[in-house]
Ligand binder design. Structure first.
Ligand SMILES: Nc1ncnc2c1ncn2[C@@H]1O[C@H](COP(=O)(O)OP(=O)(O)OP(=O)(O)O)[C@@H](O)[C@H]1O
Ligand SMILES: [Mg+2]
Length: 406
């Protein structure tokens, strides 16, 4: 096992595309690091440079204590798993698993031992004599994983390994990957553009945009304290709601005004976000996560002190344990380049919602105990301790440690 360090790593493809731009990343020994971002942001390029499948145009990559800039892939002691894994169709599962080790002239007994262990770990014991054609998609993907595991490499590099699987299988494979990582503790760099995968798998998550690192942090910190509008809009599903707002002084203290509403801003928020007081009397962009809403009726007790927003449910999506309530607010959608880019995830269906002139469509995620139906009025409670504020010009989160003094 080994740490992986990237120092000012650039990739400029022939033709001049700067796919990765001055990337710095310290991946700890045994860490599960996820690279996430919209299509074309440079995730695969970064991974392929670590693997040695792509030359680097500038900077330095180290695996363990070796600089590997000029080492060919086979000497880097890493194993890759791709989206389009190719199993050998004429070989059994067992032979597929053993193949790489045979090439390396490993003793037969050692090969048998490793294949047995990997098969057991992946629940493939009973399929060892089958050929890939007689396996399900998930089982094939596990064989591909197994081929990486038997090599006992210093690091796993995985590029969207689950994206060819159906949703249910993806969830169960995600769980297996988590268990596997806990058991083996091998340093893993995992590429995905699925932010749910990123949140559930990563010890830390690195968010990229146009080849530039936006933020690298634990999933919880990315969710709670995104560094800018782009990360705020990209991480979290459904996405954070945004609106142009104004920070004002009112009788009870500070408040944020938007679309005819006025939410109190607690003193603790000013303490947590240094520099926010400078925005009093000024415009900024307000962000509220869907999960920071609750149906005021269903939310007896816990949200008693929360602010209230009366509105009307346009659409409700019942998810079993929760309900997404889509509602309109009387303010035009925020047209910041960062909020637009964050929505551009390549495969989202949400973007298909009709635009509604100068109103914005927001989402509140409320408890399933709520009996709200489309077309009904609803009073939403808002947790005002979790409001997010962004500078209108730069899109940076106001008071975020990484932005203070910028
Ligand atoms: N061989 C290449 N030659 C020229 N440009 C390339 C090459 N490979 C990738 N690019 C460009 O580099 C940028 C980053 O590509 P990359 O494949 O790393 O993106 P990605 O984040 O993995 O996207 P996706 O989520 O779609 O897989 C893109 O603009 C892409 O068009
Ligand atoms: Mg890719």
């Amino acid at each position: 096992m080994a740490s992986i360090v990237l120092r000012n790593v650039d990739k400029i493809y022939a033709g001049g595309v700067k796919a990765v731009n001055g990337l710095n990343l310290d991946i700890k020994d045994g860490e599960f690091m996820v690279l996430v971002g919209p299509s074309g942001c440079g995730k695969s390029t970064a991974l392929r440079m670590i693997a040695g499948l792509e030359d680097i145009s500038g900077g330095e990559i180290s695996i363990g204590d070796r600089v590997v800039n000029h080492l060919p892939p086979k000497d880097r002691d890493i194993a890759m798993v791709f989206q389009n894994y190719a199993l050998y169709p004429h070989m059994t599962v067992e032979e597929n698993l053993a193949f790489g080790l045979k090439l390396r002239k490993m003793p037969k007994a050692e090969i048998a031992k490793r294949v047995q262990e990997a098969a057991k770990m992946l629940g493939l014991d009973q399929y060892l004599k089958r050929k890939p054609a007689a396996l399900s998609g998930g089982q094939r993907q596990r064989v591909a994983m197994g081929r990486a595991i038997v090599r006992e490499p210093q690091a796993f590099l995985m590029d969207e390994p689950l994206s060819n699987l159906d949703a249910k299988l993806r969830v169960s494979m995600r769980a297996s990957l988590n268990t596997l990582h806990e058991r083996l503790g091998v340093t893993t760099v995992y590429v995905t553009h699925d932010q749910v995968e990123a949140m559930t798998l990563g010890d830390r998550v690195c968010v990229l945009r146009d080849g530039l690192l936006q933020q690298v942090d634990t999933p919880q910190n990315l969710f709670d304290s995104p560094v800018n509008l782009f990360v705020a809009g990209f991480m979290g599903s459904p996405s954070m709601n945004f609106v142009n707002a104004e920070l004002v002084r009112s009788d009870g203290g500070a408040a944020v005004a938007f679309a005819g509403y006025k939410l109190p801003v607690p003193d603790s928020t000013f303490a947590e976000k240094p520099g926010l007081d400078q925005y009093l009397g000024k415009k900024l962009i307000l962000g509220i996560r869907p999960s920071d809403f609750e149906d005021a009726v269903a939310a007896n007790g816990s949200s008693g002190g929360w602010a209230r927003i009366p509105t009307r449910a346009e659409v409700t999506e019942e998810l079993g344990s929760e309900i997404n309530v889509l509602f309109l607010i009387d303010a035009p959608p925020v047209e910041h380049k960062d909020t637009v880019a964050a929505q551009d995830t390549g495969d989202d269906e949400e973007a298909a919602l009709p635009l509604v002139g100068d109103k914005s469509l927001w989402t509140a995620r409320v408890n399933a105990r709520s009996h709200v139906r489309p077309g009904q009025n609803i009073e939403l409670a808002v947790d005002t301790h979790n409001l997010h504020f962004f500078d209108t010009d730069s899109g940076l989160a106001i008071g975020h440690p990484a932005n203070v003094g910028r």
